[in-house]
Write a protein that binds this ligand. Structure first.
Ligand SMILES: [Zn+2]
Length: 463
């Protein structure tokens, strides 16, 4: 991928620096078999952070993140160290060390509520209590094989963490801080633009009032604009893909459709389109929701379906790839199973419909253990359209896009992928975004400026 690109003399010089670092790390991996992309991200994150290649990628302007979910975007470390220290936070916490939920209000008598600051004070140390919280709010662990013996157990943990995070961050001021911090983490990682999949759970206030979906969207709108105003020289913007649960019936999807129409009218710049989310093997396949989904496509609402995020073949989750394409999806969320469906694959290639490849998420969620075996490696080799994205950066223990770019560069691109590969990934992320032509041009111009600064800065550092 990107091999037909012609680099400038300055870029060639940066490429030499990059490739000499890469060659050394590849040779070491080839010799010792100690190669981070072949091992679970959660056990090798520190090795990636020490990599020279990773350090270069971090400085690089990476364009856009097109596949990231709202409540898993911000690093759990920040949530624990910041939000859980706010004064009014309660937790419902059983004697068996089982954390049921956390709220900035005292919702009902369904369990005995205690103030988090009091529970923290009862622990031998705040650090110990914070580690306990971190374990519940993140999938990150030092021993993933022991904690997650199979995919269903892992997904149960994942859903528990997402639910707990959801309860914690839907307090309106907490959500504003969480969203702002998440954008900051991506912006600090040199990401210019984000398309965020949002479930839009209604926010609440301390006095017990719950905001409507429209009011919740207004809070989101204000927060993304506030962030943009504070970072105009570093950031381009944010759009939302409304992405409620796929574990629903046709009548509920009909309601999603009505809400989509309303939100698009109210926030035309902010709402990019529609998706439905959740574990594909447990939720409804697209074909079971056909009637309302066809209405959504017929109304001209752009759709960005999660499809084929599975290792199975010949079952509903992988066949979602075919239905997503037939429903006119603009991109395939994961599309991991597409290589098993050659006709669907040829169709997607012909129509220039890219996959949103999320290497770390696929590995942590147990689709593939060694990223050299990820199906996208062969897709890269044949020039299939794709972007690399994060899925759930904060909850998987990553921050920003650089970790996924590193995995893609080292494992999906192979030893010979060079600066042109990374440049192509960044350009693809802009090209395949939901923005209209004029806005894409504007974003591309901003990215090109940042890219030139990156090249100049790399040469300066190594002079
Ligand atoms: Zn996803």
């Amino acid at each position: 991928m990107g091999r037909e690109r012609v680099l400038t003399a300055e870029e060639e010089a940066v490429n030499e620096l990059l490739m000499s670092a890469k060659a050394a790390e590849m040779a070491y991996g080839f010799e010792t078999l100690d190669f981070p992309p072949s091992l679970n991200f959660m056990t090798v994150r520190h090795k990636i952070e020490a990599s020279q290649v990773f350090k270069i990628i971090k400085q690089m302007p990476k364009g856009a993140v097109l596949h990231q979910h709202d409540t898993s975007m911000t690093s759990t470390k920040w949530v624990v160290e910041e939000l859980t220290y706010w004064p009014d936070l309660y937790m419902c916490y059983s004697k068996e060390d089982f954390l049921l939920t956390m709220f900035f209000e005292h919702p009902d008598q369904s369990c005995s509520w205690r103030l988090v600051r009091e529970v923290r004070a009862s622990y031998p140390s705040a650090k110990e209590f914070d580690a306990f919280l971190y374990g519940h709010l993140s999938l990150f662990t030092d021993d993933p094989e022991a904690k997650y013996p199979n995919n269903d157990i892992l997904w149960n943990y994942f859903v528990d963490s997402l639910t707990l995070m959801n309860d914690l961050v839907t307090y309106r001021p907490a959500w504003e801080s969480f969203l702002y911090q998440g954008l900051k983490e991506f912006c600090n990682d040199n990401v210019l633009y984000l398309e965020l999949r949002v479930r839009l759970p209604p926010l609440y206030e301390l006095n017990g009032t719950h905001l409507t979906v429209e009011e919740t969207m207004a809070v989101n709108n204000n927060t993304v604009h506030r962030f943009l105003n504070d970072h105009a020289h570093l950031y381009y913007g944010t759009r939302f893909i409304y992405s409620p649960s796929r574990k629903v019936d046709n009548a509920t999807v009909e309601e999603y459709f009505q809400l989509m129409k309303e939100l698009r009218a109210l926030f035309p710049d902010l709402i990019a389109g529609f998706d439905i989310v959740g574990q594909e093997s447990k939720g409804e396949p697209l074909k079971n929701l056909l009637e309302p989904l066809l209405k959504i496509s017929a109304a001209g609402i752009p759709v960005f379906y999660h499809a084929g995020e599975t290792a199975w073949m010949g079952l509903d989750p992988d066949e979602n790839v075919i239905d997503a394409l037939l429903l006119n999806t603009s991109r395939l969320g994961h599309g991991y199973a597409i290589v098993k469906h050659p006709v669907a694959k040829a169709f997607a290639k012909k129509k220039n419909i890219p996959l949103e490849v999320c290497p770390i998420s696929n590995q942590v969620l147990q689709l593939v253990s060694d990223l050299r075996n990820h199906p996208a490696a062969s897709l890269v080799a044949e020039g299939f359209p794709l972007v690399v994205s994060t899925d759930s950066a904060g909850m998987l223990g990553a921050q920003g896009l650089s970790y996924d770019f590193y995995e893609a560069f080292m494992a999906l691109g192979g030893a010979k992928a060079d600066l042109r590969f990374l440049k192509q990934l960044a350009i693809n992320s802009i090209r395949y975004s939901s923005l209209d032509k004029a806005k894409k041009t504007k974003l591309m111009r901003q990215w090109t400026g940042k890219w030139k600064e990156f090249v100049a800065s790399m040469l300066e550092q190594h002079n």
